[in-house]
Write a protein that binds this ligand. Sequence first.
Ligand code: SF4
Length: 380
Amino acid sequence: MTAPKIYGWCPGALRPMVSGDGLVVRIRAPLGRLKPDQTAGIAALSLRHGNGLIDLSARANLQLRGIQKAEYAPLINGLKRLGLIDADIRRESRRNLMIAPFWRRQDDTYRVARSLAQALARPDAPDLPGKFGFAVDCGPAPVLCASPADIRIERAATGLICRADGMEMGLQTDAGSAAQVALDLADWFLKTGGARAGRGRMAQHLATTALPKRHDIPRLAAATPPGPGVGTHGALVALEFGQIHAQTLAALAPLGPIRLTPWRMLLLEQAHRLPAHPQLITHPHDPRLSISVCTGAPGCKQSLSETRALARKLAGVLPRYASRPVHISGCAKGCAHPQPCAVTLTATGPDRFDLIRNGRAADAPARTGLHPHDILNGEL
Ligand code: SF4
C-alpha cells in the first residue's frame, strides 16, 4: 500500500486543490457566516460550475467540489461578486480562523474575531504554515477544544486567555488586546523554528520548545458541542457525513443567515423550528451522526475504496452496535477524523478494509482484509 500524500496546506478559493472529481474550492466565509444572498449564490455557482456537492470542513469552511478547470475562473468571479474572495492568496491563506458559532454582535468572540481577521490581513502579519490556524472561542464555555487550531482565545474565570494548542493553560488577555497577543505568540512560533518548509503545528513545536512566558491561567471547563435541535441561537441541522447538495443549501437560504460550524452542522440563525428536509439530520440520535467518513473513491484520488455508500449502509445496522463511533477512511491519512475513534475502518484496496480499535486510520489493525459484507453482517 502506498503512503498517502500529505499536502501540508488547506485548499482555498484562490489556491484550489486537485481531487478525483475536479478542483476543490474552499470558501472561508467572513466570521463563519453567510447572508441569504451568499448562500443562494454559492448553491447556484456549485450547480453551474461544479458537481453540486458541497462539503462542510472540520474547520467550518465550505468546499465546492467537482470544479473542472474551465469552470474555475467564472466560479471565482461569481464568488467575488458575493464578497467571498480575499484580495490575494497570501491574505486568504493567513485568514485561517475558526469562530465559535454562538456569538452575538459586539460580544467578545465577535470583537476578537474581527480584530484578528483585520490583523491577519495586514502586510506585516506573520507568514504561518498553511495548516496553522486560530480558534476564537470566547463564549461562557469553550466549544472548539476538539477542533483543529494552533492558537486559541478562550474565556477564563476573569477575562480571556490566549492558549497555545497543546498547553492546558494560557496567557491572560482581554477582548481589546487578544488579537495582538495571539499574533505575538504566532511570531514567537516562527522565530523559534516552529515552521520548516512551510509546515509546522504549535502542539508539535511545544514538545521540544518551551514558551517564553508562563502560561498559567486556566480556561473554563470545555462544553460538548450540542447536537441538532433548536436553541437560543437558532436551529442546528446536521449534514449527512458533512456534505450537502447545492439544492438543499438553496432551500435553506430563505430561512435567514447561516453560520458554519466545525461539527458537520449548520446553525440557522433565525429559525425557531427545524426545517423538514430529507437530506438534513434533525434528530440528535440519528445513527449517521456516529459515523465519520471521508470523500473516498472516486472523489479523492488517494482513496483505495468507495466509502460513502458503505457508511450509508452501516448507518442502517449501527443501532445493533449501540451506535459506537465509527470512522471510515479511504486511506491511512484519516482526513475525516484525525483523532482516535472506537472503530476505524481503513481501506486497503477496493472493498477491502482493516479494522482498528480505539485508534487512528494509520494504526495497527485488529483485523485485516474485511469486505463490506463482513462489516455489515459481522461484529464491529
Ligand atoms: S483519508 Fe479519504 S479524503 Fe483523505 S486522502 Fe485519504 S482517501 Fe482521500
